[in-house]
Design a protein around this ligand. Structure first.
Ligand code: ZN
Length: 381
């Protein structure tokens, strides 16, 4: 596959009627980015795509607010009354005759760069006029007619974008649809209507088309990042341990360079992990005198600042404290309250569990305590 060999056309001229939103659905924001910004990004990032043409409606005044607006790769054309006219206008605005063109919908924000390469491989291997992404039908299907009969779902599949077409074949096929006033739901239909050949590549069900407001919530579930953390400290004789900023009185204390808050250390590592920033040893080395007896809430604050810079926030946290003693459950509520105020999320999004190691190993012999944690970060709304 040659670099800079592909043209991409994004259909963004249609206004979603099912989407009762003050702006066209592709401009709905989710976690700091619009749907269209997410839909266009893989094409901007792809080294195989040299030119992107976005077909917009003539009264579109939101396109200029999008983060890609000034990208050198992108050109804008005014779309027509139908999809086939919009795609056709874009094809004619291309700076040269390409071999292949990829078409995609502004309302499909979840595609991956792999989709682009897989489609390209398929059309070049199969030598068809168009290759498209599809998914099998998993739900039962009934036909809307007088009898509402159930259909054999194995005889159907669902068609998605992106699709890749031979540039000249698509031009001819679209012209035929326009001339005959035939409505094209997608480019594979135009190719099919002209009796040209088609092939298909299995797509992902996560490649959803944002159609109604509930789809935004569905999309947000795909956008979390998770990270895990683990920390273990030894015990020595003492008057108590600090867990999540809360001191539990007992006959031990935690051996550590800092205050030894093993719960906060584990959570901090999971936050840094989810944000791909490294681990706490990188930011708070235990051979640094400045970190002696460090209050670990400072580590958490530092992590929150770091993810804030990346426009991320904590969605939820789950933790498991592993120790033989002390018993954690009697202090569970207090620890949760402390965690909630430190992490700035409600208690309902914090899991705090405790287990022992059945008196086996260093933890079972009451010589150490460990905490395992998992965090989900999401982009800020
Ligand atoms: Zn630690």
């Amino acid at each position: 596959m040659k670099k800079n060999s592909l043209l991409t056309i994004i259909a963004a001229a249609g206004v979603g009627e099912r989407f009762r939103f003050k702006a066209p659905k592709q401009y709905a924001q989710i976690n700091g980015h619009s749907i269209i910004e997410r839909a266009v990004k893989p094409f901007i990032d792809s080294s195989y795509v040299s030119e992107i043409i976005i077909a917009i409606s003539k009264d579109d005044n939101l396109i200029k607010n999008q983060d890609f607006y000034n990208s050198k790769k992108i050109k804008y054309v005014i779309g027509g009354a139908t999809r086939q006219e919009s795609i056709n206008n874009a094809l004619h605005a291309a700076e040269k005759e390409y071999e292949y063109v990829i078409t995609h919908d502004a309302a499909r924000p979840n595609i991956m760069e792999d989709d682009i390469t897989n489609l390209y491989k398929d059309i070049t291997n199969s030598k068809t006029s168009c290759s498209f992404l599809y998914t099998p039908v998993y739900d039962s299907i009934k036909e809307i007619d007088s009898k509402e009969k159930t259909k054999d779902k194995s005889k159907f599949y669902l068609v998605q974008t992106p699709q890749i077409s031979n540039f000249n074949d698509l031009k001819i096929a679209l012209k035929k649809c326009i001339d005959e006033n035939i409505n094209c739901p997608d480019e594979s239909f135009a190719i099919e209507y002209s009796d040209l050949s088609l092939s298909k590549v299995m797509g992902a069900r996560s490649n959803i088309k944002i159609t109604e407001p509930g789809d935004i919530e569905l999309l947000s579930k795909f956008l979390t990042r998770s990270g895990t953390g683990f920390d273990l400290h030894k015990y020595e004789a003492g008057d108590g341990i600090i867990l999540g900023g809360y001191k539990i009185k007992c006959d031990y204390k935690i051996v550590a360079h800092s205050d030894g808050d093993v719960l906060l250390h584990s959570i901090a590592d999971s936050i840094l992990g989810a944000a791909a920033l490294g681990d706490i040893g990188k930011f708070f080395p235990d051979n640094d005198e400045n970190n002696r007896d460090l209050n670990s809430s400072k580590i958490i604050k530092y992590c929150l600042d770091k993810i804030n810079e990346l426009n991320l926030e904590i969605y939820n946290i789950d933790t498991t404290v592993i120790c033989q003693e002390p018993k954690i459950n009697p202090y569970r509520e207090e620890i949760l309250q402390k965690l909630s105020s430190l992490l700035m999320i409600p208690v309902s999004r914090i899991g705090l569990k405790a287990t022992t190691s059945e008196k086996i190993g260093i933890i079972g012999e009451n010589k150490a305590i460990a905490v395992q944690s998992l965090v989900n970060l999401r982009e800020k709304l």
